[in-house]
Design a protein around this ligand. Structure first.
Ligand code: SGN
Ligand code: CA
Length: 507
């Protein structure tokens, strides 16, 4: 009798919990940056489907990552913890993410959620604690990509990666157990280098000329790490591999996965681009400008397919009525340089790669069209979703739920963080960005490069939003610097970054 009572009580509890628990879809792209999203005011292209999420929900204006690089950012999403705590500091060959550690999907599963990760994963270890996964090995491929399924078989699939990731996500949604809430991560490969658009989108931006960022020809005055990096459009971006000049499509190699039709479309398109290159190839300044235009066209055309495919997922949620009780988030693993400082790639604590896009809708719970200005960090993503699922956030997660910010709780807004902490490690491959850590407040950014470069940098973001003027030797900033150094030390302590404390105590 008692057992029956317990059974009925727990059944009722789970039934009630499920009725309240939202479904969660996180669309997690790769290297897709705010400067190219129209919801953030980009004039470079329109992203109507991504913008739908912001229009129906909240657009976050100040979301930062803890370590601007791919695999570490995924580990932060899963754990709500900094790299030095979750164990994954870089993308390097010896990286290891302990799959047995606490992660968001495991916490949600314990409270009735069915969970899935589909698409780019990029952690060395396989997913653990998801009910379903189907992932790209490592970086994956744009054409005829391999997927690793749950039997650990690697299967090559015909098609374009962004379409396939949406196909698989929609299939999973259709076949899921409709009695349970779900948590789905759609891991996009787009817009990762080398940018390979869907052949249908190749000429999408053909007639557009993109304005050069005002600091495109940066000379990196008083910024040693920026001087020593290897991620410029002028030198590092490759004419063949990145910009598809002089490709012999009959050869195997990086373009070898395309079928004959795809190769023909690429060849026809890039042969025309080659003609424009040949005209300017002896003028080094014109070559850099030409590379920038080609970069923009390829990157944005790759994003075009992603935006369209995100539309398919949103349409499915709308047409089935699932949207009503589903949180949808669009975000990326980090930001990216679109020619600012003359760069592509990410890694630096400077704004363009420190920031990541983030928008979130939840009908009836988040007011449509609101903007959130508070500083959110990617360690907050897991705690927030756990909170929305009605589960207590584990104490050892280092982020905080921002549910209260969305509910307009003025108390939470007052107490919300006023500074964020950053720590990047990977060096030297592939882009020679020296390890660094730092603090960003509303107005200032203090960075400590260590290892290969032993330097401090200070920027006043209000007067110098493009971070061109390192004020570290400016006498008028002395007190400001002392105060920021103390705050930085306090944050390193708060987040238990022992290595950083060692570095900071030595200066
Ligand atoms: C590859 C890219 C790099 C990029 C890293 C990390 N080179 O190595 O440009 O920084 O991935 O990217 S490529 O020639 O192979 O494209 S991340 O998004 O996975 O962190
Ligand atoms: Ca990335």
């Amino acid at each position: 009798m008692r057992n029956l009572f317990v059974f009925i009580a727990s059944f009722l509890f789970i039934a009630r919990l499920s009725a309240q628990q939202p479904n969660i879809v996180v669309i997690f792209s790769d290297d897709h940056t705010q400067q190219t999203i129209s919801a953030y005011g980009s004039k470079l292209m329109q992203t109507p489907n991504i913008d739908r999420i912001a229009k129906d929900g909240a657009l976050f204006k100040n979301v930062f990552v803890t370590n601007s690089i791919c695999a570490p950012s995924r580990a932060v999403l899963l754990t709500g913890k900094y790299s030095h705590i979750n164990g994954l500091k870089d993308n390097g060959p010896h990286r290891f993410f302990d799959p047995l550690q606490q992660q968001i999907q495991k916490i949600l599963s314990q409270k009735n959620y069915q969970t899935a990760w589909i698409g780019k994963w990029h952690l060395q270890s396989l997913p653990n604690g998801f009910d379903y996964w189907n992932i790209l090995p490592d970086q994956g491929n744009y054409f005829q990509p391999d997927f690793i399924n749950m039997n650990k078989d690697t299967v090559r699939v015909k098609g374009y990666v962004t379409d396939l990731i949406s196909d698989y996500s929609l299939q999973w949604l259709k076949n899921r157990n409709a009695d349970k809430p779900f948590f789905l991560v759609v891991g996009e490969k787009a817009t990762h280098r080398n940018w390979m658009p869907d052949p249908n989108d190749l000429a999408e931006f053909e007639n557009q000329e993109f304005p050069l960022p005002e600091n495109f020809f940066d000379t990196y005055d008083k910024r040693q790490a920026a001087t020593e990096q290897d991620m410029t459009i002028s030198k590092t971006m490759l004419l063949h591999d990145d910009l598809k000049m002089g490709v012999d499509y009959s050869k195997r190699g990086m373009f070898g996965r395309m079928n004959d039709q795809q190769k023909a479309a690429y060849k026809a398109y890039y042969d025309r681009a080659q003609i424009s290159y040949d005209k300017i190839k002896d003028d080094s300044i014109e070559v850099v400008k030409w590379k920038y235009q080609r970069y923009m066209r390829d990157y944005l055309a790759t994003a075009r397919s992603m935006d369209r495919n995100i539309g398919r997922i949103l349409d499915y949620l709308d047409s089935t009525g699932l949207s009503k009780n589903t949180i949808v988030i669009y975000t990326s693993d980090q930001g990216f340089y679109m020619g600012e400082h003359g760069w592509f790639d990410k890694r630096f604590m400077y704004e363009e790669s420190l920031r990541t896009p983030f928008m979130m809708k939840y009908p009836g719970k988040i007011q449509p069209g609101i903007h959130v200005d508070e500083m959110v960090v990617n360690i907050d993503f897991a705690p927030t979703l756990i909170d929305y699922a009605g589960i207590a956030v584990p104490k050892d997660m280092q982020g905080k739920s921002f549910k209260g910010l969305l509910e307009n709780s003025s108390v939470l807004q007052k107490d919300w963080r006023k500074a964020m902490y950053y720590h990047y490690y990977e060096y030297p491959e592939p882009h020679r960005v020296a390890p660094h850590l730092g603090i960003r407040t509303d107005r200032y950014k203090l960075i400590r490069f260590y290892g290969a470069v032993n330097k401090w940098e200070l920027f006043d973001l209000q007067n110098d939003p493009h971070e061109m003027k390192n004020l570290i030797d400016d006498a008028s900033q002395k007190n400001q610097i002392l105060q920021l150094k103390k705050q930085l030390m306090d944050l390193a302590k708060q987040y238990k970054d022992v290595e950083a404390l060692g570095i900071l105590s030595k200066q």
